[in-house]
Each structure stands twice: as C-alpha cells, then as structure tokens.
Design a protein around this ligand. Structure first.
Ligand SMILES: NC(=O)NCCC[C@H](N)C(=O)O
Length: 405
C-alpha cells in the first residue's frame, strides 16, 4: 500500500524559520571530560564545563524540541549506525585516525589493527572522545615513549556539540564543511562518513567537502527565497565563500549569496554569533553591527563565473534579496555593556522552531524580553555549562528538514 510517506523528503532546508521537523544534535559526552586548564584554549573552550550538568542542559534542549514536534537525531547514534552498516565507513574512519603523521609507523599499524577489532560503539567512543598515550594498551614505540602520558594519539572532539558547523543542508543537498580550526577538522570527517554511508542519508546529494576551502556552518544562513548569507571572517574564507557560491549556482540551490564580512575575532567567530533569524523578516542582532554590517551581492555570471557587486548595508541587501520592505531588528540589550555581555553569551544565537518561535538561552534576560516584546515566543533553556564552548541553540543544531514557508 502506498501511504505517500515514501514521497516525503527526508531532508529539505529552504529557510531559517520554516517549521522545524528534523534536526541533528550531539549530546555532549566523554569528549568534554578531556578538557583541562592546559588544553581548553586550543580546544576552543573558554572554561571547563561540568559535564553532567552540560548533559542535563542539553537534554532540556532536546526535550524542548521534542515537545514542539521536532524529531531529534543524535550524531553519536548516526555514527554508530554508520559504522555498523558499512565496512567501508569503518575502514575510512580508522584510516583517518591511524594516518595521523604524529603517530609513527609502529603505532599507526598497531592502532589500525586494534581499532578494526573494536565494536562500533567503542570505535565511536574513540573517534569522538579520543585516545591518550597512557590509554594505549598492548604496545610501545619510540613515539609513545617520547610523548607525554597525557598527550593524545587520537584527539578528542569536544566541539562536536556544535553540530551546526560540521554540515549544512541547502535544499536537499548537504554541504560537508571544511574547518579552519585544527581542533575541529575531524568533525566533518565524521559527518562526511555519516552522510555517505548511513542508510537514511546514503543517497543524499552533496556539495563542498573536507578537502575544500574553509567553510563552517555557523557562517551559512538560509535567509529564504533562494538567498543565503555567508559570513566571511575567522572561519569561512573568501575562497570558501566563492566555492560555496559556485556550487550553489551550479546546482540551482540559490539565486543569490550575500557575502558578509565579520571581524576576525573569537566573539564573532561565525555570522550566527551576531545575527540569527526569528521570523521571515526579523532578526535578533548585536546592536553595534546593525548599522555597520555590510554585504556584497554574489550572483552567477556566464558559464561558471561568479560575480560580486559593491558592498552595501547588510540589512538593506537582505531586505532587497528577500523582496521585503525592511528587515525588523530586535537587538541584544538596551545598553552597550549588557548588549556586549549577552552577545558573548550567545543572546543572538537563537534557533527558530517556526516563524516567531525560537529557542534561546535563559541567561540572556534582556534580549529574551526584547524578543517577546517584539512578538517572538521564546523557549528558554539553561546553558551555563553548554555556553563555556561559546555556542548557543543555533550552534548546537543542524536542521535537516523544515517545512517550506
Ligand atoms: N556556529 C557557532 O558559532 N558555533 C559555535 C562554535 C564554538 C566552538 N567552541 C568553536 O570555537 O568553534
């Protein structure tokens, strides 16, 4: 019997705010326990989260999405299922970590054999949580003798939590991203595997890839109606943007890309740290940028040429591209200090569940009050521990399926 379900898309993203149906999250796990005062900076955390509390906060986030009818897929489950389903995926995953040039031949060979003998869930633990020198059993080498006991042979991935950055769906295609920060590079090797081999996604068309120019998902915003905005700053390079634009035009995914330069600073690492959409024509935005953020129109030229226009105010360019009179701006706090504090604590980083319905960290009291005053329903979640990684609800989610507007 044909129920029609076979025709329902598994993946389709054409806006930031269409009703959210399916999302990929990562419940933080043992990889967070790897953070120490000595490595937290290089692993891109501003503190050492209390892991149990971070998990509880994340469970609240997932439950809030579930209560609003959103299907939550967990990245770790997808990874384990991928490793179960495909020996090619297992081989690629193992080769990826055993091929690290820091290991030397002896450990590379040993690790390759040892990981091949691990069941999928244990292999997933090592791929995400890493492996320390003093945890390696059964062999020693010149390299392991000279490394410190707490040096990693396989690096942990504490930022996996921020699923936004390691892949991006544009219509029914997934872009596998290419991280600028070495600490995050392997995250998109995992999304690459999942989207190549997981039975649910195996036939998905893709663009970009881990070998391409740097592009991180937090910089990509699907404004709507065939228009995306792409931040260019600390993480996404001009070349990454150009490559993405070319692929989008080639596959008819969008008709216009707004290139948005952002300061190359930690506080503004991605475009979604300063602006996110909360309605079809409304954004929550860091006030100092409302007047100063600019955008360059990037459109398709002849052949595979990509053409760039002159810069103009971002809000004007976005309104024009979306064919609305103006974009409504809700800002982060009344005074400059509150705005700066709430921007740092991801007040601008909301996740829309539907037009005028968004998830936000509860701690950004003023921003949330301003959102509500502007008619946006706010689903508040705790984020005191999650926020130590400097990411909010948008960063912690990769939408796979949204209803069209
Ligand atoms: N889209 C985002 O802004 N993601 C947050 C990423 C935080 C992470 N600690 C990082 O520095 O990459």
């Amino acid at each position: 019997m044909d129920t029609g379900a076979a025709d329902a898309p598994t993946a389709q993203i054409t806006s930031e705010v269409g009703r959210l149906r399916t999302v990929v999250l990562h419940r933080p796990g043992p990889e967070l326990k790897r953070l120490t005062p000595r490595n937290n900076d290089s692993l891109l955390f501003d503190g050492l989260p209390w892991v149990g509390r971070a998990q509880a906060e994340h469970d609240t986030f997932a439950a809030a999405l579930g209560e609003h009818g959103v299907e939550v897929l967990y990245l770790r489950d997808l990874l384990v299922q991928t490793l179960e389903a495909s020996s090619a995926a297992r081989a690629t995953a193992i080769a990826g970590v055993a091929g690290d040039l820091r290991l030397g031949d002896t450990i590379a060979d040993y690790l390759s054999a040892a990981l091949s003998a691990e069941p999928p869930d244990r292999l997933a633990d090592i791929l995400t949580g890493g492996l320390r020198n003093d945890e390696l059993e059964g062999t020693r080498s010149v390299v392991t003798s000279l490394l410190q006991p707490d040096d990693f042979l396989v690096d942990p991935l504490p930022n996996l939590l921020f699923t936004r950055d390691s892949s991006v769906w544009l219509r029914d295609r997934v872009a596998i991203t290419s991280f600028a920060m070495p600490a995050r590079e392997r995250e998109s090797h995992l999304t690459d595997l999942i989207y190549a081999h997981h039975p649910r996604f195996a036939h998905s068309a893709r663009i970009h890839g881990t070998h391409r120019e740097h592009l991180e998902g937090g910089d990509v915003m699907v404004l709507g109606d065939g228009v995306i905005a792409v931040g260019v700053g600390e993480r996404t390079t001009p070349a990454g943007l150009e490559r993405l634009a070319r692929q989008c035009f080639e596959h008819d995914l969008v008709r216009r890309v707004l290139a948005v330069p952002i300061a190359q600073e930690r506080a503004t690492m991605h475009l979604d740290t300063v602006v996110t959409m909360v309605d079809v024509d409304a954004v929550v935005m860091y006030p100092p940028l409302a007047d100063s953020l600019t955008a360059y129109d990037v459109v398709a030229g002849d052949g595979d040429e990509v053409v760039v226009g002159a810069p103009r105010p971002f809000l004007d360019a976005a309104a024009d591209a979306l064919r609305v009179e103006r974009i409504r701006v809700i800002d982060t706090g009344l005074d400059a200090v509150t705005a700066e504090r709430e921007q740092w604590d991801d007040g601008n980083n909301t996740l829309a569940i539907a037009p005028r319905l968004a998830v936000a960290y509860e701690r950004n009291v003023q921003t949330n009050a301003r959102l509500e005053a502007a008619g946006i329903e706010v689903v508040r979640i705790p984020g005191s521990e999650l926020g130590t990684g400097r990411g909010g609800p948008r960063c912690m989610s990769c939408p796979v399926l949204r209803d069209p507007l």
